[in-house]
Every structure is written in structure tokens, then in C-alpha cells.
Design a binder for this molecule. Structure first.
Ligand code: ADP
Ligand code: ADP
Length: 231
């Protein structure tokens, strides 16, 4: 993993003078899972989208490792950052293999390297490559779609993973299972992870540290689950 550093990060959307994210300063250590927990509309997704360069910050800087990535070319950023969202994030007209291979292909990996990597990623998230490779997202259960979403985010082996309610669309039992798998994966891969949820139990279970956010992503608390539970 690589350290992520947000400095005075602010987003004001056009047509709304109240910042969605107001002057956030936060450091995620290399290899750490930080959970962003807070009510709907407090700016969690906006923070992740800025880190992933899906939207431009109004002010502030973003550093990954020692590099300022605030103005980095998005394709180049894909080597550093993987992004997983709810199941709907899969492209419906692409097979599982095409979805997972998308970023590696985009950053110029050879066909055979992409093919091998897709198999490896399917194994990693517990889906048999022979069975799932050629399926379309609609031919998968919710839990399987989430697994493919995680596999896609990991495919180009980025040091940083951004996960925006990645298990939000699955039933509680599958969610519990996927949470356990994420913990297992993290022990193997040591990614630096920013994980957004509004589920406090999920935050406690998965977080090395938890950022409790209020409106405009103001940080009310930033501490370990143990410390937050005793406060
Ligand atoms: P969360 O992820 O915590 O639910 P969001 O980051 O999605 O919050 O939204 C933060 C705030 O910014 C909300 O008030 C939301 O209505 C507003 N917002 C989000 N996206 C846009 C947009 N594209 N244009 C204008 N306002 C937006
Ligand atoms: P949307 O905002 O409509 O979900 P985006 O422009 O955010 O679409 O992204 C297009 C697709 O590419 C999304 O489904 C998203 O999950 C995927 N994607 C975006 N960034 C990354 C990334 N860093 N790694 C892997 N997949 C990504």
C-alpha cells in the first residue's frame, strides 16, 4: 500500500454554495483500512470520487505516497487506485472477464497478461474462472456481482483501493461473508483502503481506524474502533 494524504480538500458543486466537502485534512497510513462512516449526504462519496479523479476538487491537494496526484492523468492514476462501488458499477454489456480486464487493458497490458490476470482475480474472490469468465453481470447473483466488482478494482494491482458501499446491495449473510473475505484479502495484499459505509457495525468490523463524518465531511472523530466504542 501507499499512504494517502488529503490536504484542505474541498468540493463546492455548481449551483450549491454550501460545500459538499469542506476543508478535510486526513492521512491514511500505508496498508491501513480507514472507514468513512456518516449519514447520507455528508460527502463520503464525493471524497472518494475526488481521490479517484472522477470529480475535480474545488480546493486542496491529494497525495498518494510521495506523489501529488491532484492533477494526474486519470489513466495513469488507474495504476495507483482501484475503485469498487455497488454491484451496479459493472458494465452490463461486458462479460465478467471484460469487466475485470478493463483497467489492465486500458493501461496497456498484453492480451495474454490480461487473460491470466482475470483468471487469477476470479480465483482470488472465490469464483471458478471456467464457470464465470463468460457470463454477463445480469447472470450473477448480487453477491457474485460484488465479488466481480472487487476483482475488477484489484486487477491492475493498485496500492490504493477505494470502496464505496461495496457490500451495500447484498443480503446480510452474503455481506458478512464478503466482509470476512475482505479482511482475509487485506492480510494477503496489504492495500491502503478507504471504505465508505453508513453501517456502523461494518465500520467497527473492518476498520483499522474510523473517520466519523458529519455534514460537509467534517471529521467528528478519527480513531481506532476500540477507542471510538469507549467514547
Ligand atoms: P454521501 O456519499 O455521504 O451520501 P455525497 O458525497 O453523495 O454524500 O453528497 C454530498 C452532498 O453533495 C449532498 O448534499 C449531495 O446532495 C451533494 N451532491 C452530490 N453530488 C452532487 C452533484 N453532482 N451536484 C450537486 N450536488 C451534489
Ligand atoms: P459512474 O460515476 O457512472 O459510476 P464512473 O465514470 O465513475 O461512472 O466510472 C465508470 C466505471 O469505471 C464505473 O463503473 C467504475 O466502477 C469504474 N472505475 C472507475 N474508476 C476505477 C478504478 N480506479 N479502477 C477500477 N474501476 C474503476
Amino acid at each position: 500500500g501507499a499512504r494517502i494524504h488529503l490536504e484542505n480538500l474541498t468540493k463546492i458543486y455548481p449551483g450549491n454554495p454550501t460545500p459538499a466537502v469542506d476543508n478535510v485534512n486526513l492521512e491514511v497510513k500505508a496498508g491501513e483500512i480507514v472507514i468513512f462512516v456518516g449519514p447520507s449526504g455528508c460527502g463520503k462519496s464525493t471524497c472518494l470520487k475526488m481521490i479517484n479523479r472522477l470529480i475535480e476538487p474545488t480546493h486542496g491537494r491529494i497525495r498518494i505516497g510521495d506523489e501529488d496526484v491532484t492533477d494526474m492523468d486519470p489513466v495513469k492514476l488507474r495504476r495507483k487506485v482501484g475503485y469498487a462501488i455497488q454491484a451496479s458499477g459493472l458494465f452490463p454489456h461486458m462479460t465478467v472477464a471484460q469487466n475485470i480486464g478493463l483497467v489492465p487493458k486500458m493501461i496497456g497490458w498484453s492480451k495474454s497478461r490480461v487473460r491470466n490476470r482475470v483468471e487469477e482475480m476470479l480465483d482470488l474472490v472465490g469464483l471458478d474462472p471456467r464457470e464465470f469468465h463468460g457470463r454477463y453481470p445480469r447472470q450473477l447473483s448480487g453477491g457474485q456481482q460484488q465479488r466481480v466488482g472487487v476483482a475488477r478494482a484489484l486487477a491492475a494491482d493498485p496500492p490504493v483501493l477505494l470502496m464505496d458501499e461495496p457490500f451495500g446491495a447484498v443480503d446480510p449473510i452474503t455481506r458478512d461473508h464478503l466482509q470476512d473475505e475482505l479482511i482475509r484479502l487485506q492480510h494477503e495484499l496489504h492495500k491502503t483502503i478507504c471504505f465508505v459505509t453508513h453501517d456502523f457495525d461494518e465500520a467497527i468490523k473492518l476498520g483499522d481506524r474510523i473517520a466519523v463524518l458529519r455534514e460537509q465531511s467534517h471529521i467528528a472523530q478519527f480513531d481506532t474502533p476500540e477507542a471510538i466504542l469507549t467514547n
